[in-house]
Ligand binder design. Structure first.
Ligand code: NDP
Ligand code: 2IT
Length: 451
């Protein structure tokens, strides 16, 4: 255990105030133990210690003026984690909880996720503690412009390609891209998640939620199961959750939950296609709260509680769970309750939504458990497809992109299964995803020598 343990200890000692980063590093490195025996060359070249250190991390001031004329200062970050297999690639998160440790955890996860997609993308992540909630369009625009005023010098279509994440959707990407184009005088594929009119890809908005559902379907198929008539719990009400609901409906499942940071709604009749369209409009256009769903459709609403709290407290039966809100939203107590209530499949639309305790409970109870870096890779994979289309200066049809997304999710599933099996861990998607993602990056790093 020594190499792995030494690296984990060093990370904790060096940056004691980054608990999410420690959690992500520990989760990945612990499963990499067998690779140290099979690949002594990785140990010799000290790949394990090199891979937990970002290539570089930018931390910058973002001053902007609010609607009242007051000067506000936020913090901006971009962590370029690893570009061994392609340009740095990963989203931007706008949320008051953002700090360097959270961006590092997300960037680290992104390295392995992007490797799994089969596309040539390295890993990175960025963001800010600016809270878009309650801000006017003008304020969001001025913030995005101020953010890009610094970010532009660090990114580029062959260098680092940001996209959306929590708090960053089509509107924000528009403001960010518009400003980059203005100050660089270049119309290039420097961001993904763009609108169709200026270089976006069909299916990118849907891709993470669709991809997570495709991945869950692949896991279910290994036990001869599918989504038909299954009860599905989904958390979040944002980009990933919305299109997970849409795809689950298309595959014949019944989604009964959604949440935002204020409340959880339970609709035992099912959030059907029409209600899903209502949620998309409510969240993306009106920027309202999920509580309004309960008022409109007369469903149950639990303020101040997460989906997983409500399922535990109310003893709600669930077959499949898709956590699509945020990190560490699902803890061991709620995981045990999910299992007790009949849940046998968990696919993570969010990044690291299950705590280590929760993951342990899923694995001990033989739950089909797909970790985020595999299950939610469809978003960044389709970003990769957007980059390809931008480079070729053409655009593919919806069918073409959706079909490629499906094939990529199937291929990620296959590579998790095969790698887990090759390491004697049949059915362990965590080990499979981590080792498969890692090996490709490690080989590339090895090829470059010490740089
Ligand atoms: P959005 O901002 O569109 O939506 C996030 C949703 O989660 C909102 O409903 C939000 O509620 C809720 N949420 C956020 N924080 C909390 C919290 N602390 N407690 C309860 N609910 C919360 O983001 P996305 O849908 O894009 O992202 C969701 C997750 O998916 C994140 O983990 C992200 O990293 C991951 N992801 C996203 C991808 C993408 O392409 N967008 C790709 C892969 C992963 P509220 O509105 O109240 O804040
Ligand atoms: O976590 C993620 O994979 C994302 N937020 C999407 C990143 C991207 O570059 O599309």
């Amino acid at each position: 255990m020594s190499v792995i343990k030494d690296v984990i200890d060093k990370v904790k000692q060096t940056d004691p105030d980054q608990p999410e980063f420690h959690q992500a590093v520990e989760e990945v490195l612990e499963t990499l133990e067998p690779t140290t025996k099979r690949h002594p060359e990785f140990v010799k070249a000290n790949i394990y210690e090199r891979i937990v250190e970002p290539e570089r991390a930018m931390h910058f001031r973002v001053p902007w003026v609010d609607d009242k004329g007051k000067v506000i200062v936020n913090r901006g970050f971009r962590v370029q984690f690893n570009n061994a297999i392609g340009p740095f690639k990963g989203g931007l998160r706008f949320h008051p909880s953002v700090n360097l440790g959270i961006i590092k955890f997300l960037g680290f996860e992104q390295v392995f996720k992007n490797s799994l997609t089969t596309l040539p993308m390295g890993g990175g992540k960025g963001g800010t503690d600016f809270d878009p909630k309650g801000k006017s369009d003008g304020e969001v625009m001025r913030f995005c412009q101020a953010f890009m005023r610094e970010l532009f010098r660090h990114i580029g279509p062959e260098c680092d390609v940001p996209a959306g994440d929590i708090g960053v959707g089509g509107r924000e990407i528009g403001y960010l891209f518009g400003y980059y184009k203005k100050i660089r005088n270049e119309h290039t594929g420097v961001l993904t998640g763009k609108s169709l009119e200026y270089g976006g890809s069909l299916v990118r908005p849907e891709a993470t939620g669709y991809g997570t559902t495709y991945f869950a379907a692949e896991m279910l198929a290994t036990r001869g199961l599918d989504f038909k008539n299954k009860i599905v719990a989904i958390s979040g009400a944002g980009n990933v959750a919305q299109y997970a609901v849409e795809k689950v409906n298309q595959l014949g499942g019944k989604v009964i939950t959604l949440c935002d940071s204020s409340a959880t709604i339970i609709d035992e009749k099912g959030i059907d296609a029409k209600k899903c369209d209502y949620v998309i409009e409510l969240k993306n256009v009106k920027r309202g709260r999920i509580k309004e769903y309960a008022d409109k459709y007369k469903s149950a609403c639990f303020e101040g509680m997460s989906v997983w709290d409500v399922i535990r407290e109310q003893g709600i039966k669930v077959d499949i769970a898709l956590p699509c809100a945020t990190q560490n939203e699902l803890d061991g107590i709620n995981a045990a309750a999910l299992v007790k209530n009949g849940c046998y499949c968990v696919a993570e639309g969010a990044n690291m939504p299950s705590t280590p305790d929760a993951v342990k409970i899923f694995q001990e109870n033989n739950v089909l458990y797909g970790p985020g870096k595999a299950a939610n890779a469809g978003g960044v994979a389709t970003s990769g497809l957007e980059m390809s289309q931008n480079s070729m200066k053409l655009s593919w049809t919806r069918e073409e992109v959706d079909n490629r997304l499906l094939l990529i999710m199937k291929s990620i599933h296959k590579s998790c299964i095969e790698t887990a099996e090759a390491y004697g861990r049949k059915g362990d998607y965590v080990t499979g995803a981590n080792i498969a993602g890692f090996t490709k990056v490690a080989r590339a790093m090895l090829a470059y020598g010490v740089v």
